[in-house]
Each structure stands twice: as C-alpha cells, then as structure tokens.
Design a protein around this ligand. Structure first.
Ligand code: COA
Length: 535
C-alpha cells in the first residue's frame, strides 16, 4: 500500500470558508435529527408516559446489547411531508445487536398519530425488510400502531410496496429462515395486528398490548356486539385462549428481556467471510474534510484529499493511476475491511469508464466490496467524446456496476447528476446502502442546466408562434425552474423520500461503511455473471 500525500493548506481562506459552510450544514443535520428523535407532540408524549410506557427509543436501547451502536436507517423519512408529523414517519428502523447478533429493529412510534402508517412509513418498513432479507437479519418488530393512517389510503393499501408487501416480506423471510419476532406494546389494529400474527414468535404485554382485526368500536358498528379491549384482544386472552401470541410480559422492560431470550435461541451466529485487519485511523484528521468540501457547488472539491481522510492509515493502492484519471480507482481499508473504491475526480470520459469496468471486474473476482464515491457532473459530451465511443464505454461501466454481486455502497459527497448519478451506482441500481453528505445533491441535471434547457424550449415555442418573451419574464421563469431543481436535488429531499438510506455527517462515514460491511460480510458471497460488454 502507498500513503496518500496531502497538499492541504488549512490556513488558506478557501479552507476556512469551506470549514464554516460545513459546520453550518452539520448544525442543520443535528437539528433535524433531534426533531426526529423527539417523536410526537408534547401532549402525545405526556399521555404515553402516563400510561407507564417506554418511548420507542427507550425500548430500542433497552433491547440492544449495552454500549453497542444502533445503526439507524431512513431517520429523516417523511421530512416536511405531512402536517404535524416529525421526520421519521411514525417509525424508527435500524440495525442493533441483541445477544451478539445483528437484528433489524422496526418500531412504531405511538406518539406520532397513534403509530399509524403513512405511505412513507410503509416504504420505510419495506426498506428495512429489504436490508434484513439481503443480510438475513432477524426482524424484531415493536408494534403499537393504529394500522393505516386512513387519509393516506392511496399510498398504503393498493400497490406493491404498500402494507401488503410488508406482510408478504414477513412470510418470505420466515420461509428462508430469517426469524420474525414481534412485541405487542399497545393496541394494534388491523394491519398492526397482522404483523405480529405473521411472526414466528410474539410477545405481548399484560393490560397494555392488544391486537384485533377490528377495534371494539368497529365490532360494535359492524355487529352490535359490545366488547372491551382486554376481552377482544388482550394479552391474557391471546396467550391463553386464542394462541395468537406466545409469551406474556408484565411491562415494556419485561417484554424486551423476553425478546432477548428469544434471540438467544436463534441458532449459531453468522460468521464473517472476510479477513478483517486491525482498524487504523487515517493519517490525517477526518475533521479536515470539512475544510475540503467546496462551499460553492460550482467549484470542484479535491476528492483525493477526502480519500486520504477516509482510509485506514491513509493507505491506498491505486489502479491505473495514469489512465482515465477523472476516476480514481484502487484498494484500501476502512476500519479493517478491505474495499475497492471508485471515486470521481472530474467528468467521466471513455477511458475512465472502461477503467471502471475493469476495476469492478477485479473486485468481483476477489470478492472485495465496492464503494462508489460520487461527485460527478456526468459523462463527457460532444463530438470528440461520441467518436471515442463514450456511449459504449459508459454502457460497459454500467453493465459491470449493475452485474456486480459483491456488496456495493454508494456515497454521494458532492453533486451527482444525470447518467453520472446512475453509473456511480445510484439508487435505481440497488446499492446495498446509499448515503449522502449534507452538502450532497443529485438530479437529472443541475439547476442552471435545467433552467437553461427549459427556457430554450420556451424560446423556440415563442419563435414558432411569433410571440415575444420579455427578458424579465424569462428570468422569472428560469428562477422558478432553478428553485424546483435546487429543492429536488437537496440531500434532505432524498432522505425524506427514502431515495437514500441516510444523510450522514462526513465524520460518520467510516463508521457507517464499516457497519454496512459488517452486515454484508456475514452472508455467503454470490458469483457475478456480467451482461454482454459492448467492445
Ligand atoms: N388514521 C388516521 N389518524 C388516526 C388513526 C387512523 N387510523 N388512528 C389514530 N389517528 C390519529 C388521531 O386522530 C390522533 O390525531 P391528533 O394527534 O391529530 O389528535 C392521533 O392519531 C392519536 O390518536 P389518539 O386516539 O388520541 O391516541 P391513543 O394513543 O389514545 O390511541 C389508537 C391510539 C391507534 C389506539 C386509536 O387512535 C385508535 O384506535 N385508532 C383507530 C385504529 C383503527 O381502527 N385503525 C384501522 C386501520 S385499517
């Protein structure tokens, strides 16, 4: 391995300006996270506590092994999406260690609209299941939910990816031997009742947990039968009469202790398939990344300086350093895990794209996971580029990236646009995980390009129809398009729609990648079969 040399001047004005902008963005990220972690309204939280129940995050922390991290996923889902609903979409999902085993935890937050499911909550639940299924992580579902948030029915009920998919995934995972465990913490109606019913093992809390397909009110409306919650679906009834649940608990803490016992009996722990070296810190302080990320999206970032602050010992073995140098390729380690890195260093040319295909092939042959670190305006355009076969070489890169069966992690550290976003393993190519830094942006093109393109289209229409388009109207129009694109491309918009798994502080990057690889390395490798490479 070679040590990446640094040429960073931390006294320069540019460094200071970049650092200041990064700190402001970090502040915003932690503010949004704290809103998400608070949960529902003060009134709802107070009521919840008065009922003697733990909050959703207290439950998670009591479940996982003391001192172990909780790797939260889709934390800012639903941000600014529904009135009066904090980021998170009434659910917390993430990976936590229970009795030494990585488990996927999926927990309703009953303080947010009674823990009901919005469209984005379904998407979040399904995303957590997708990760669990890929890595064979037992799912521990903490249920306290009124089922569907009824006004959002169109996004919850009819289609693939909605509530029914949650149930289907439970069945498929159970069949594959991925354990499904539920805790019924509170009243759980309709879909909320099917989730525990479809689990392998279910725990319910006396005089708090209850589950029924129709609530007492609904039963009265439908049949005229008058029945209380406890008789209809309480813990005592389900554990001793219906047999719908398997273990009775006296309170939240007891239910969580029983769940830890259930996890203890899931068989042998999955083994890591790679040799993981002793982790080493980068040679240069990670904090300096704040001063490297360009504060102005129009000015490039020196990504090699970033790489030097992500890798163990800042050590890197570069591949084809003198060829296609707008894409840095090479091997290094992150917290001991060996990883192949493709990192943008300018636009993609034919040479850089074909180098990418070659490098991805190497990673697949060696079963080394890949990090796609994206900061890319796109592929080179123009006559020279077309004559060099850029479409063919780009297709080769996409074929290699899309076929690769080794774990693929995408990280967007700057702007990621157009086919560049896709070729750098954008979300449609289903990377194992996709993370964005707070400054990251992604769209089909940049705001200025979109504004110019659309104003040229309008210009032509005016010419064709013989009408005039005053300059001030054109500028207003362009400003509106720019704003739409700026809002769209924002990392938080991606996080809100679950187009990425999380917005992360650059200083969390090494931890998050290592946690992802710790999951990916505990399932067997799969052979890669590439699609046809156009030569
Ligand atoms: N759809 C939309 N909103 C719902 C809802 C639903 N299914 N269930 C509850 N809410 C809302 C309430 O209107 C209330 O909104 P607010 O905060 O704006 O006032 C909030 O969720 C909390 O409800 P509340 O009844 O005050 O809380 P609770 O903790 O006492 O009870 C439930 C929670 C879920 C047990 C209870 O609200 C309930 O039984 N809801 C109906 C469940 C149902 O029949 N679902 C069928 C789905 S198919």
């Amino acid at each position: 391995m070679d040590t990446i040399k640094t040429a960073l001047d931390s006294n320069s004005n540019e460094y200071q300006e970049n650092y200041k902008a990064s700190l402001e963005r970090r502040e915003e990220l932690y503010q949004l996270r704290s809103e998400a972690r608070q949960g529902g309204s003060e009134k709802a939280r107070k009521l919840h506590k008065e009922r003697g129940q733990m909050t959703v995050r207290e439950r998670i922390h009591a479940l996982i092994d003391p001192g172990s991290p909780f790797f939260e996923i889709s934390e800012l889902a639903g941000l600014h999406m529904y009135d009066g609903v904090p980021p998170g979409g009434s659910m917390v999902t993430g990976v936590g260690r229970v009795k030494g085993r990585n488990c996927m935890i999926i927990a309703n937050d009953p303080t947010v609209k009674g823990g009901t499911l919005f469209g984005i909550t379904c998407k979040k639940h399904v995303r957590a299941q997708t990760i669990a299924r890929r890595y064979r992580l037992p799912c521990i579902t903490m249920v306290q939910s009124g089922g569907a948030f009824l006004p959002d029915v169109a996004n919850i009920f009819p289609d693939i990816g909605h509530g029914g998919t949650i149930m289907r995934n439970q069945v498929l995972m159970s069949a594959e031997g991925t354990a499904q465990i539920a805790l019924v913490h509170g009243p759980s109606t309709a879909g909320g009742a099917y989730i525990p019913a479809l689990c392998d093992e279910a725990v319910i809390i006396r005089e708090q947990g209850a589950m029924f397909l129709g609530s007492p009110e609904l039963v009265f409306a439908a049949t005229g039968e008058v029945v209380g919650q406890e008789e209809l679906g309480g813990a005592e009834m389900h554990c001793s009469v219906s047999g719908v649940t398997d273990h009775i608990a006296e309170d939240d803490a007891h239910a969580l202790a029983i769940t830890r016992n259930v996890v203890e009996n899931l068989g042998s722990l999955p083994k890591m398939r790679w040799d993981v070296a002793q982790p080493a810190e980068p040679l240069y302080p990670m904090e300096e990344i704040y001063g490297i990320i360009s504060h102005d999206p129009k000015l490039p970032t020196d990504n090699r300086e970033i790489l030097a602050r992500l890798l163990d010992g800042s050590e890197f073995h570069e591949f084809k350093a003198m060829y296609g140098d707008t894409l840095i390729c090479g091997f290094g380690r992150i917290k001991g895990f060996s990883i192949g890195i493709l990192m943008n260093n300018g636009v993609l040319f034919s040479e850089s794209a074909s180098k990418a295909a070659h490098f991805i092939d190497l990673c697949c042959k060696r079963d080394i996971p890949i990090l796609f670190s994206a900061d890319i305006n796109g592929f080179m355009v123009g006559r020279e580029a077309e004559e060099s076969g850029i479409a063919k070489h780009g297709a080769k890169m996409i074929t290699a990236m899309a076929s690769a069966k080794v774990p693929r992690i995408s990280l967007i550290t700057g702007g990621s646009y157009g086919a560049g976003y896709l070729a750098m393993c954008g979300r449609p190519f289903e990377p194992d995980f996709m993370f964005m830094w707070p400054n990251a942006r992604a769209a089909i093109m940049g705001p200025d390009q979109a504004a110019t393109t659309l104003s040229l289209v309008q210009e032509k229409i005016h010419q064709r129809e013989g009408t005039t388009w005053p300059d001030d109207e054109r500028e207003t129009y362009k400003g509106q398009i720019r704003k739409i694109y700026e809002d769209f491309s924002n990392a938080y918009n991606f996080a809100s729609h679950i187009w990425c798994d999380n917005v992360i502080d650059p200083l969390e990057t090494r931890d998050v990648i290592a946690m992802s690889l710790d999951l990916a390395g505990r399932v067997p490798s799969e052979p890669t079969t590439f699609g046809v490479f156009r030569q």
